[in-house]
Write a protein that binds this ligand. Structure first.
Ligand code: ATP
Ligand code: MG
Ligand code: MG
Ligand code: MG
Length: 563
């Protein structure tokens, strides 16, 4: 069916929503793609659903092309498997937990390693049943500390998650490589500009891990990138979590002078950051050594929690000098200003921050703690290896001056190894008749986030401006006038539709051409066709949404061009 705006549920807005901070948030709301239902919870309206569906379709095609099999697991999950893996605890406040009428505990799935592992344990018993790659496109739930930026960071969001199961490391490496390539094709097809950076694996566990980052000012990730070659590195690639220590063992230079657990306010004051800050790790010196203290796992904590965590540890904040004569240090970096609490963004001494930006650090292995209780599972003998990289520092690959940019994490691939297979004793019968422990990978794409990331990267001052593959239509036909124009618009719409072109036609009566043009630009379909002044002569105007170039053509020429 031709999509007729006269019959669609579509209301565009002239003004930005009051709470919108980012371009994609503003435009997706104003153009009638999404509607906020609650904090971090969004309704996808007809146009938005089309774009979301288009991204899903591309993801699905490319996953199918690498032999992955689509399944759909429940989003409502029992607690037990997450207790077995340790993530019921580890996820902390990020998890939506609930009880059924009998008091049994459940969660809404934030990601599905546990249940996939159990599914394969149930279905695959022999090495002959492997390798297998399973995926789903499913709604995920995370009670994010700061749901913001519209669908960029939702508390309910759509993710493609896939999981590979192999009997050996080579198999896992191959599954990982195939995913990496599939992701490359997906992001190219949907028209997203992206970089691949290495990353630590967070609460997922495991070793090799890379992130796909979409450069955009609205991003919450900061990364170092070379304008001349393909060198790019994420902050998360360069972190380690080391627990705080008891002050008795480690004389401190500057103590947090509070007898009790510090409040958000006292801690914030001590750190010199706003009390509203959310942070994960804090770079400090403990016993003169640069260390990060923080909460293990992949969750964000507020300052109050971190305060409890630190107390009664004595800490001294790092300063720029701490980074100067440490030949043992590997590359870390100092990001630009902006302390919004994404995972692993360290907050350094405000005096340093004032001079150079925010500091983050790394250990050489790129490992970090999981599911760890500070002081119990960890010795404080791991020191961060950090150097400061400033914009303009030479690229380690080609020597060109580095840039530090913002980006949106749109995809993440992990070689999990045997973490979950060990937790759930996932074995298959091997070639020699003995059980073999399975090795796994897990691979995510933020499908709903990709829509917002695309909007961020492609919009201009007039509105959204979609790449062809994911636009809600190929052609937006504007009937700019009275009955004659509307008639021609509908006729052209039908013809294009029959030729397989996806058409949106603005046939609304009583809406001025000016309003229709503005809406067409806001909605952002790649080609705009106007039936206007010369409709009577069978002449229409074609306009390229991106370049603004326009051209008058006869209807037949236009049809030939667009079909
Ligand atoms: P972030 O660092 O942005 O919090 P993450 O590292 O926690 O993301 P993963 O666990 O790696 O996310 O999940 C896989 C993908 O799901 C991410 O790469 C991202 O594209 C998407 N995603 C994660 N959290 C959200 C969210 N709250 N809203 C929308 N998409 C999300
Ligand atoms: Mg997260
Ligand atoms: Mg992340
Ligand atoms: Mg991630």
């Amino acid at each position: 069916m031709v999509q007729r705006m006269s019959r669609m549920m579509l209301k565009t807005l002239r003004d930005d929503p009051a709470d919108a901070e980012t371009l994609s948030h503003k435009l997706l709301v104003r153009a009638g793609y999404v509607r906020r239902a609650s904090a971090g919870i969004w309704t996808w309206l007809p146009l938005g659903k089309k774009v979301l569906e288009n991204v899903s379709r591309v993801v699905r095609e490319e996953m199918d092309a690498i032999g992955a099999q689509e399944v759909l697991l429940p989003a409502l999950l029992p607690k037990e498997p997450y207790e077995t893996s340790g993530r019921w605890e580890e996820y902390g406040d990020l998890l939506f937990r609930l009880k059924d009428r009998k008091g049994a505990e459940y969660l809404l799935g934030p990601t599905h390693e546990e249940i996939f592992t159990l599914t394969v344990k149930d279905q695959c018993t022999s090495y002959k049943d492997l390798p297998v790659v399973l995926y789903q496109i499913q709604t995920k739930y995370r009670d994010e500390a700061r749901p913001r930026s519209g669908v960029l960071r939702g508390r309910e969001f759509l993710m493609k998650d896939s999981y590979s199961f192999d009997t050996d490391d080579e198999g896992l490496a191959e599954a990982y490589r195939l995913h990496r390539e599939a992701y490359t094709r997906i992001f190219e097809r949907i028209g997203l500009d992206y970089r691949i950076v290495s990353a630590v694996s967070g609460a997922m566990g495991g070793s090799a891990s890379e992130e796909f980052l979409a450069p955009a000012a609205a991003g919450e990730d900061t990364f170092v990138d070379c304008p001349a070659c393909d060198y790019a590195a994420n902050t998360e690639a360069v972190t380690t979590v080391v627990p705080p220590v008891e002050p008795a063992d480690h004389p401190a230079v500057e103590e947090l002078d509070t007898p009790d657990t510090p409040t958000i306010e006292t801690l914030a004051e001590f750190l010199g950051v706003p009390a509203s800050a959310t942070l994960k790790n804090l770079l400090v010196k403990v016993d003169g050594k640069i260390t990060a203290v923080g909460v293990p796992g992949d969750r964000e904590v507020d300052l109050g929690k971190l305060g409890e965590h630190l107390a009664p540890a004595a800490v001294e904040l790092v300063t720029a000098e701490d980074f100067t004569d440490r030949p043992d240090l590997v590359r870390g970096y100092v990001g630009p200003q902006g302390m919004a609490g994404s995972a692993f963004r360290y907050i350094a001494d405000p005096r340093v921050a004032a001079n150079t930006g925010w500091i983050t650090g790394a250990n050489k292995e790129g490992t970090h703690a999981r599911n760890v209780v500070c002081g119990r599972d960890f010795e404080v003998d791991e020191y961060l290896d950090v150097v400061v990289v400033e914009p303009g520092d030479p690229c380690p690959k080609c020597g060109t001056g580095l840039q530090i940019d913002r980006a949106i994490e749109i995809g993440h691939i992990f070689q999990l190894g045997r973490k979950y297979a060990d937790a759930f004793q996932l074995d298959v019968l091997g070639r020699e008749g003995k059980p073999v422990r399975v090795t796994m990978g897990s691979y995510g794409i933020g499908v709903s986030r990709a829509v917002a990331a695309l909007a961020e990267q492609t919009a201009d001052d007039k509105g959204l401006c979609w790449p062809a593959e994911i636009a809600p239509a190929d052609v937006h036909i504007v009937a700019a006038g009275k009955a004659k124009q509307t008639e021609l618009a509908l006729e052209v719409a039908e013809k294009l539709h029959s030729a397989g072109v996806r058409v949106l036609v603005d046939d609304r009566a009583g809406v001025s051409p000016g309003v229709k043009f503005t809406d067409a630009e806001l909605i952002g379909v790649p080609t705009i066709l106007v039936a206007g002044r010369r409709a009577g002569e069978g002449v229409v105007e074609l306009k390229d949404r991106r370049t603004g170039e326009r051209e008058e053509l006869t209807v037949d020429e236009a049809l030939a061009r667009l079909s």
